[in-house]
Design a protein around this ligand. Structure first.
Ligand code: LMR
Length: 396
């Protein structure tokens, strides 16, 4: 029977890693998958993570199962980061958090919940969006539609288009929003625009799902949550898929969370019982290690403060690379104004390079990026940025 199964295309992001690994050229550069690298080309383990792990090795006494919804303290810490320490939503006991295997696990759990419990059939996502969103949502039985988001001609948010499209979404559908550091464009709404978007959502009554995977990578922990918190004030029910892959560098530990906000504690409890049933039927209960590391850091004042500094250092490093890239492309007389790269948030930049240019960069220069022209700015270093800029200018 397996002979009837035709081969699937390579994953547009993770598939690039395989092609990159098989490439023998010494000067190859991988700007595909979104992982942070330091100037030595290494994705480092944060110091605070190492300290927490050392503590866990000494103090942990069991590897028995976690609850279906994961570690309780972790859930509390997730909510504090998302909604702030003085959140009305948390104080009113309206939020519940399930620890999930990565942000992807959280998105899938949210999608399963929307489809099976809320009767949602269609989810509207930004055009463009992360290449895996469609895969996750269709796997959960949802149909994926687009709302306007990116103004490719002017390298900025098409806010009017976005607002107009969201104003037409029916109440029974869902809308997914990127909390910050939009993947793949790096273009986010301003705090004022977030308020307007929350007004539209409250008025229309569609289901809102935030994908929040880069908190701290744009401006800061609280600043980056401005959109989510505007929604938490104005919209009575929310779903949030969050991830600690990037801001804790815990990529391969799969540390995510699915948080639901309901109108009151009883409704939250009942809805969350269904979330737990869905998690049990999918992965049973989440992996413990990464979440225990996160909870250890966030509950220790010294480690927490040190972690905030580590995130700031990663954020600043990326911003420096953005500025450097803009200058280097201009110095080389690039036949285009790339100053927009310096204004985007987070790891990614949507370069505007065409699929043909992306192909030439890979084949002729060993420079790998996603077919959409997205680069992982955080994958560059001071030692390869010149080669990257040379290659880009050559194909323009
Ligand atoms: C990315 O967009 O590169 C990251 O979110 C990693 C992934 O799983 O695709």
């Amino acid at each position: 029977m397996f002979e009837r199964v035709s081969a699937a295309p390579a994953d547009p992001i993770l598939g690039l890693n395989e092609a990159f690994a098989a490439d023998n050229r010494p000067n190859k550069v991988n700007l595909g998958v979104g992982v942070f690298m330091n100037d030595d080309g290494v994705t480092p383990i944060l110091d605070t993570v190492k300290q927490a792990e050392t503590r866990l090795v000494k103090e942990e006494i069991t590897k028995s199962y976690l609850a279906i919804s994961g570690d309780r303290e972790y859930g509390r810490q997730v909510q504090a980061l998302l909604f702030g320490n003085d959140s009305a939503v948390v104080a009113a006991n309206r939020a519940r958090t399930a620890q999930t295997p990565g942000g992807t696990g959280a998105l899938r759990l949210a999608a399963d919940f929307m489809h099976t419990q809320l009767g949602v059939n269609t989810i509207h996502v930004s055009d463009p969006t992360w290449a895996n969103h469609g895969n996750i949502f269709t796997s959960a039985g949802l149909t994926v539609a687009n709302y306007r988001y990116y103004d490719a001609k002017n390298y900025r948010l098409d806010f009017d288009g976005m607002l107009a499209d969201l104003a037409k979404v029916p109440a029974g559908d869902a809308v997914m929003l990127h909390g910050c550091c939009h993947n793949p464009t790096g273009v986010d709404p301003s705090p004022e625009q977030w308020q307007q978007l929350a007004d539209v959502a409250a008025e229309r009554g569609f289901v809102v799902l935030f994908d929040f995977a880069y908190q701290g990578f744009a401006k800061g922990m609280d600043e980056d949550a401005a959109g989510l918190r505007a929604f938490a004030e104005k919209v009575p029910e929310l779903l949030v898929a969050s991830s600690f892959s990037k801001n804790f560098g815990l990529y391969n530990e799969r540390v995510g969370a699915m948080t639901l906000v309901a109108t009151n504690a009883d409704t939250a409890e009942a809805a969350f019982s269904q979330v737990k049933t869905l998690a049990r039927g999918n992965y049973s209960n989440p992996p413990a290690h990464g979440a225990k590391v996160v909870a250890t850091i966030l509950t220790d004042d010294t480690l927490h403060a040190a972690w905030i500094e580590e995130v700031a250092a990663m954020r600043n490093h990326i911003q420096q690379l953005r500025d450097l890239m803009v200058n280097k492309l201009a110095e080389r007389g690039a036949a285009r104004d790339f100053s927009f790269i310096g204004r985007q948030n987070g790891m990614f930049s949507f370069t505007g390079l065409t699929p043909e240019q992306v192909k030439t960069l890979k084949e002729d220069y060993g420079l790998y990026m996603v077919g959409s022209g997205r680069i992982n700015v955080a994958g560059m270093s001071r030692s390869n940025i010149d080669a990257v800029c040379d290659a880009i200018v050559a194909v323009l």
